[in-house]
Design a protein around this ligand. Structure first.
Ligand SMILES: Cc1cc2nc3c(=O)[nH]c(=O)nc-3n(C[C@H](O)[C@H](O)[C@H](O)COP(=O)(O)OP(=O)(O)OC[C@H]3O[C@@H](n4cnc5c(N)ncnc54)[C@H](O)[C@@H]3O)c2cc1C
Length: 552
């Protein structure tokens, strides 16, 4: 494969942030070169696989469902969730404020102009539960894109292809960058290797065998190479003590190309890396029975009703209910001495409350099929969910509790679960259904959730006795820790310029997307409100693309 010639702007990474940066730079008339270590069939990176959940504030979709939201509430939620507490949080905090402003004003219209549309029911992710001053979303803000992840990337791929046709943009796939070239302190190009051609389908690991070396020069270089979630060694190395010891067993929520290599490569060129210990991994991962990438896990986006037990069968303490506090739950799990937990639920709950994250797990929304999507209201679960119930190795489905617990014990190296203890816990919970109020905090939360129309319609089952056979077979799901997002990253100013150890921009060097902590080296701080990553890639990619093209 022949390497292309020099460009005004060279972009490393053809994921969402790289594509958005390319769209902005070509719109400004610049000649752009986009390199990616993967083959063309991977165009779009992680965003293609994503659920397409987008954080919006005070949207028409929210208002139609009776949700009152605004910048002030969202910004308070963001600050309480991020918990910025470090000197180096100055730029991340500025990014966060600019981002929440954007989400409350221009974002939806800007995306709509590009053809992006949203599913009318807004999801309520990261509900918090630790009080009004604690982390979490006070109101639902998770807007699922009509067309999921592919629907988010499509407009930017379209723009890139149009620029390519005009001769303004060139893609160079299978080009893996190993080094940034510095000339008198400015980044002036990249060096790397051309990898052998690959026909591996999208998302699968491809060969790292080298075919040739390359060196390219450019007026500006934008790093948009993604995070570290596919590199478990790096995840463990950066694991923070506040989340306990790093899990021995994890599954991967991202493809292998999310390898974190460009972080070290950019550091070697003088870029400052901050908040490497801040990550966003989920606790509700199930092993994919039909894996695409290594250790492929799927994250369940759970509604609030499943009962959550640790590996020894103890119910997790409040407010660690499904979908409430991702990292609070992760930290708790890491104190139990085991890397997995259990949901126990009924057929009625799974049908209404389990969403599986990922474009391929939601063919109804991904294919924009109104008829299939209506199936969510009709009930019965989506076909991918039914496939997991039948074939997923983390699922146990039985007609009665003794068989269920026996099945759960059979899935683990030691039979740690005691039937009598679990039975007492569930019976005590079921007893609290006699009145429409009671002392079980999780049930109170479930009842509260159902006051929100969107939850009542498609996300929160009517409270019912788990042990009543009329509510369908009992289901247990073994939940694994699943890697996903990198919250820290390259320190950048609001133009996406990478800053060095002295806090000054490194001439010619920009970064955006997950590699830049979605802006500033970590605009989420310690935790996320969800649906903020795709938007963070778009917002930071746009800023870096404009700045690298000299647009103010
Ligand atoms: C299953 C799934 C569901 C998700 N759901 C949501 C959601 O609902 N809402 C949300 O906000 N976010 C979601 N996300 C997260 C979001 O998709 C990602 O954070 C985002 O797409 C990252 O985009 P990026 O451009 O920064 O990086 P990436 O998409 O990782 O792209 C980086 C590209 O750089 C290339 N690259 C890396 N190193 C080199 C190198 N040295 N040389 C050349 N090329 C290189 C890679 O091959 C890759 O193509 C989800 C992610 C997944 C995987």
């Amino acid at each position: 494969m022949q390497s292309p010639t020099a460009a005004d702007v060279l972009i490393i990474g053809a994921g969402l942030s790289g594509l958005v940066a390319a769209a902005e730079a070509t719109a400004a008339g610049k000649k752009v070169l986009v390199l990616d270590q993967e083959a063309e069939q991977n165009l779009g990176g992680q965003a293609f696989w994503s659920f397409g959940g987008i954080f919006l504030v005070n949207s028409p979709e929210q208002r139609r469902l009776g949700i009152r939201d605004g910048f002030d509430l969202a910004w308070h939620d963001w600050l309480a969730t991020a918990g910025f507490d470090r000197a180096e949080d100055a730029w991340p905090r500025r990014w966060a404020e600019a981002y929440v402003q954007w989400a409350a004003t221009e974002k939806r219209g800007w995306l709509r102009e590009r053809g992006v549309r949203f599913f009318p029911v807004v999801g309520w992710a990261e509900r918090g539960g630790a009080g009004a001053s604690g982390p979490g979303n006070s109101v639902p803000r998770f807007h699922v894109t009509w067309g999921t992840g592919p629907g988010v990337v499509a407009p930017f791929i379209h723009q890139a292809r149009a620029a390519e046709a005009k001769g303004l943009l060139t893609f160079a796939f299978r080009h893996r960058v190993n080094e940034l070239v510095l000339t008198n302190g400015a980044v002036t190009g990249v060096r790397g290797e051309v990898l052998v051609a690959s026909s591996a389908p999208r998302g699968q690991s491809s060969s790292r065998e080298k075919a040739a070396d390359f060196e390219l020069s450019a007026g500006a270089v934008i790093v948009t190479a993604g995070g570290i979630g596919g590199n478990h060694e790096m995840v463990r190395k950066n694991w923070p003590a506040r989340l306990g010891t790093a899990p021995k067993n994890m599954i991967s929520g991202v493809p292998a190309h999310v390898d974190g290599r460009m972080l070290g490569i950019t550091e070697a060129a003088g870029g400052q890396l901050i908040n490497s210990d801040r990550m966003w991994h989920y606790t509700e991962g199930v092993q994919n029975w039909d894996p695409i990438w290594p250790m492929h896990g799927i994250r369940i986006l759970p509604g609030p009703s499943s009962l959550w037990f640790d590996a020894r069968g103890r119910r997790l303490p409040g407010p660690l209910y499904p979908g409430f506090d991702t990292l609070g739950t992760l930290a708790h799990i890491q104190t139990t001495g085991y890397d997995y937990t259990w949901f126990i639920l009924t057929q009625k709950i799974i049908e209404k409350e389990f969403a599986l994250s990922g474009s391929e797990q939601n063919p109804d929304l991904t294919n924009k099929s109104i008829f299939q999507t209506l199936g969510r209201v009709r009930g019965g679960g989506t076909p991918p969910l039914r496939a997991f119930l039948e074939k997923g190795i983390d699922f146990v489905v039985k007609d009665n509790l003794p068989d269920l617990v026996r099945g759960m014990n059979a899935l683990t190296p030691e039979p740690l679960l005691d039937l009598a203890a679990i039975q007492a816990e569930i019976e005590n919970r079921d007893r609290q259904l006699t009145n429409p109020f009671g002392k079980d905090e999780q049930l109170t939360a479930v009842r509260g959730a159902r006051k929100y129309l969107g939850d009542r319609l498609i996300r929160t089952a009517k409270p019912h006795a788990l042990l009543d056979p009329a509510n369908g077979p009992l289901i247990a799901v073994r939940l694994n820790i699943i890697t996903r997002k990198t919250l820290g990253g390259l320190l950048t100013d609001l133009q996406g310029r990478v800053l060095g150890a002295d806090g000054q921009p490194i001439a010619g060097l920009y970064a955006a997307g997950e590699v830049a902590g979605f802006g500033g080296g970590g605009m989420h701080g310690y935790r996320a409100l969800e649906g903020t990553f795709l938007g963070g890639c778009i917002f930071s990619g746009r800023a870096a693309g404009r700045a690298a093209a000299g647009v103010s």
